[in-house]
Design a protein around this ligand. Sequence first.
Ligand SMILES: [Mg+2]
Length: 219
Amino acid sequence: MKPLLVFDMDGVLVDVTESYRETISRTVEHFTGTRIPNETIQEFKNQGGWNDDWKLSHHIVTGVGVDASFDEVKAHFQNLFHGNGSDGLILREKWVARPGVLEKLNRQFRFALFTGRPKEEAALTLNRFAPEIVFDPILGMYEVQNHKPAPDGLLTMQAAFYVGDTIDDARCAKAANVPFIGIAAPSNPLYVDLVFLFQETGAYAIVDDINYLDEVFAS
Ligand SMILES: [Mg+2]
């Protein structure tokens, strides 16, 4: 049986700069009246522990003294993200893999997905961009008891590698004793910090995006 390559979704398979990250910015702006730069969001992501974008949005909003409940913030976030089904920011996400890249990797590996998204939101995106590619299993936020950086999700499968884009992903892989491949996009506002954090966590490899994964496995 082929080894199992496990992917995180956001920032790995999908560029979410204009979708999830923009939704955080707009949600914060709605409640506080102030827009935060992408760099501020990345600072939280680099701190670790902020994999859940609803919790992060609520944390930023209440952190500047605005009194809003988690449910209010989450509802506003979801409304922006899904819209009426045809105008949500989810539609701004971009599939990262160039044509043929995943198909080629798939000859060497089976694929699985371990994401902090709800499974249904992950399925929407996979069906939209890569309906023919099989990811099995797919673990989302409600399929694990403890969220990343906890290793729970990875421990339920025979992962050969975990491909992720945040320090929580790297810590999760380390705790599960699975080699980690870090995605650090040079366009990331804190690129150098992220590369350093990945190195510090003992990453097996670090690449700009998943189109370079074949170079990691070439030797
Ligand atoms: Mg991610």
